[in-house]
Design a protein around this ligand. Structure first.
Ligand code: AP5
Ligand code: MG
Length: 193
């Protein structure tokens, strides 16, 4: 299996690039933010709980997202692989992902970080907020999402650095340019592993 973690700050293009990677590699998309927004839309108990946290730009508790991941892995085991988008976001989530994948004799193949400066992130998300009304795309929440990313999520990159599976890609440019950079990294990785 090819198991990709698409990593990066809010607004860095994880969802956009995940779609293109899925087309190319036929992977199963596991986007915890999308799953949570679906729960919010359906007004489930989990959705009601999650909405408050998401609108504040904080992280939903680890055990909730890990349960969602375990379910996805069981549903799609034995397929071509997974693309994790917006997960793991804490070192504990990364450890739990490792445990969950090891049950299927699998592991994370590559972690690709999209690098985008804060001003560009802010600009992209404010634009989307205006166009779509996504409720966490306002200046105050965006600032907190970026802070939370720096404090709680960046340590995940050190975890994967130690495992020698972490690479970075310049996330500024056209969607197509960035996609080419990502594919190049995946191909290099497949050659050497
Ligand atoms: P989540 O949905 O994961 O949001 P996020 O990480 O904040 O990131 P976004 O989805 O906003 O950005 P993206 O990197 O996917 O970029 P996109 O392609 O959309 O999480 C939301 C919330 O859910 C969290 O705050 C948390 O509360 C909770 N949550 C989720 N996962 C969790 C977890 N594991 N643990 C705990 N809590 C969790 O692009 C952004 C915009 O830019 C789009 O409008 C796009 O069209 C545009 N764009 C993309 N690429 C380009 C480009 N090259 N040039 C110009 N514009 C571009
Ligand atoms: Mg996204």
């Amino acid at each position: 299996m090819l198991n990709i973690v698409l990593f990066g700050p809010p607004g860095s293009g994880k969802g956009t690039q995940a779609e293109k990677l899925i087309d190319k590699y036929k992977l199963t998309h596991v986007a915890t933010g999308d799953i949570l927004r679906d729960e919010v839309d359906r007004q489930t108990d989990l959705g009601k709980q999650a909405k408050v946290i998401m609108d504040a730009g904080e992280l939903v508790p680890d055990n909730i997202v890990i349960d969602m991941i375990r379910k996805k892995l069981e549903e799609h085991k034995g397929g071509p692989g997974f693309i994790f988008d917006g997960f793991p976001r804490t070192v504990d989530q990364a450890r739990e992902l490792r445990k969950a994948l090891s049950k299927y004799d699998e592991n994370v193949s590559i972690v690709i970080s999209l690098e985008v400066p804060k001003e560009v992130l802010m600009e992209r998300m404010l634009k989307r907020g205006k166009e779509t009304g996504r409720s966490d795309d306002n200046e105050e929440t965006i600032n907190n999402r970026i802070d939370v990313y720096e404090r709680q999520t960046v340590p995940v990159t050190y975890y994967y650095d130690k495992k020698h599976v972490h690479v970075s890609v310049d996330g500024v440019g056209t969607i197509e340019e960035i996609f080419k950079r990502i594919v190049k990294k995946i191909e290099e990785f497949e050659t050497y592993h």
